[in-house]
Design a protein around this ligand. Structure first.
Ligand code: UDP
Ligand code: MG
Length: 309
C-alpha cells in the first residue's frame, strides 16, 4: 500500500493549556521521523484557561495544526465526534492530549492500518497511577457495561486508530449521546488490539471528579444498553415470589386463627415495596429522559471558533 496515506490525529482538550505545545512537539517528532503525513486537530471543549489561545498560536505557525473551539463544555465524547467530523485523513487516531496514551505507538498502529486493519484499538495493559476509589469505580463500571452490552470493555480505551470507513459509519449514527468506546467496538470491521501502558499525566490534573465519573457511567450504560430496564422486571419477579411466600403464610395464619400479629412485617413490606417501586420508576424515568433528549435532536456540540481549516 502507498505509504503516503494521511493520518488525522484528534485530541480533545479541556483546560489543557500546558499540554498543547508539548503534545504537538512529541507527536510531530515521532510522526516526522516515521515519515507519516498528518494533521492534528485539537478540540477545545469549553476550557476556561488559555487552551484555545495556545492552539491558535500553534496553528498560525504550523499548517498541520487545526483547532475547534466549543461554546461550552460538551464532554469528551462530543469533542471526539467533532474531531472525526472535521478530519480529512484516510485514517483517524483519537488520543488524550495529556499524552497518557503513548504517542510512540502511533507508527506501529499506522502500520497495522496499512496492513489492512480497519480498527486498531489501544488496550490498557495497566491503568497507570490512580487512586483506589477511582480504580474501584472504573472496574465496577466496566463490569456492568461489559455484562450489559456483551462486549468486554474492561481494558478498552479511547486510544484508537480508525479507517475512514469506520469513521464514516460512526458519523452516520444519529445518536445524540454516543459512547465512542462502545460504538467503535459495536461497528465491527477488521479489528486488532494493541496493548499499552497508561502513562502518568505530564501537566495539569485529571478532569474527572468522582461525581462526573458516576454521571458518565450512568449516561453511557443507559445509552448503550436496556439492561437496567430488565432489572426492573427482575425486581418485579423477586417481589412476586416473596409475595407468594408471605401470602401463603398470612392465609395459613388467618385460617388457624393466629392472624393480627405481624405489624412489623406490614411496615417492612411497605418500605420494601415503596423503595422497589421508586427505584423502578427512577430507572424507567431515566430512559424516558434519554428518549426526550434524543427526540429534541439538539446538536451534539456547538462550535464558536475554528482555526487552521
Ligand atoms: N476531556 C475533554 N472534556 C472533558 C473532560 C476531559 O475533552 O469534559 C479531555 C481531556 O482534556 C483529556 C482527555 O479528555 O485530553 C482525558 O481526560 P483526563 O486526562 O482528564 O482523564 P483521565 O486520563 O484522568 O481519565
Ligand atoms: Mg488523562
Amino acid at each position: 500500500m502507498n505509504s503516503n496515506h494521511f493520518l488525522s490525529i484528534i485530541l480533545p482538550a479541556y483546560n489543557e493549556q500546558d499540554n498543547i505545545l508539548y503534545a504537538f512537539d512529541v507527536i510531530s517528532n515521532i510522526l516526522s521521523s516515521a515519515s507519516i503525513p498528518f494533521e492534528l486537530i485539537f478540540i477545545d471543549d469549553g476550557s476556561g484557561d488559555m487552551t484555545y489561545q495556545n492552539i491558535q498560536i500553534l496553528s498560525s505557525k504550523n499548517p498541520q495544526v487545526k483547532g475547534i473551539c466549543f461554546s461550552r463544555n460538551f464532554g469528551k465524547e462530543a469533542a471526539i465526534f467533532a474531531g472525526l467530523e472535521a478530519s480529512t485523513g484516510d485514517c483517524c487516531l483519537i488520543m488524550d492530549c495529556d499524552l497518557q496514551h503513548p504517542a510512540e505507538l502511533i507508527p506501529e498502529m499506522y502500520r497495522l492500518w496499512q496492513d489492512g486493519y480497519e480498527v486498531v484499538e489501544g488496550v490498557k495493559a495497566s491503568r497507570g497511577k490512580e487512586n483506589f476509589l477511582h480504580t474501584l469505580c472504573a472496574n465496577s463500571f466496566y463490569h456492568i457495561i461489559s455484562k450489559a452490552s456483551g462486549i468486554d470493555m474492561s481494558k478498552t480505551s479511547d486510544f484508537k486508530l480508525l479507517d475512514r470507513k469506520a469513521v464514516d459509519s460512526l458519523l452516520a449514527m444519529p445518536e445524540r449521546a454516543p459512547f465512542f468506546r462502545a460504538l467503535s467496538s459495536w461497528i465491527g470491521f477488521r479489528t486488532i488490539s494493541i496493548p499499552f501502558h497508561v502513562k502518568e499525566r505530564e501537566n495539569g490534573t485529571s478532569k474527572w471528579s468522582v461525581w462526573k465519573l458516576i454521571k458518565y457511567a450512568i449516561r453511557n450504560i443507559t445509552s448503550f444498553s436496556g439492561a437496567p430496564l430488565q432489572f426492573v422486571t427482575f425486581l418485579g419477579w423477586v417481589m412476586f415470589l416473596c409475595s407468594i411466600g408471605l401470602g401463603i403464610q398470612s392465609l395459613y395464619r388467618y385460617f388457624t386463627g393466629t392472624a393480627l400479629e405481624g405489624f412489623t412485617t406490614v411496615i417492612l413490606l411497605q418500605l420494601l415495596i415503596g423503595s422497589v417501586l421508586m427505584i423502578s420508576l427512577g430507572i424507567i424515568g431515566h430512559y424516558i429522559s434519554r428518549i426526550y433528549d434524543e427526540i429534541k435532536a439538539r446538536p451534539r456540540y456547538l462550535i464558536t471558533k475554528k482555526c487552521g481549516f
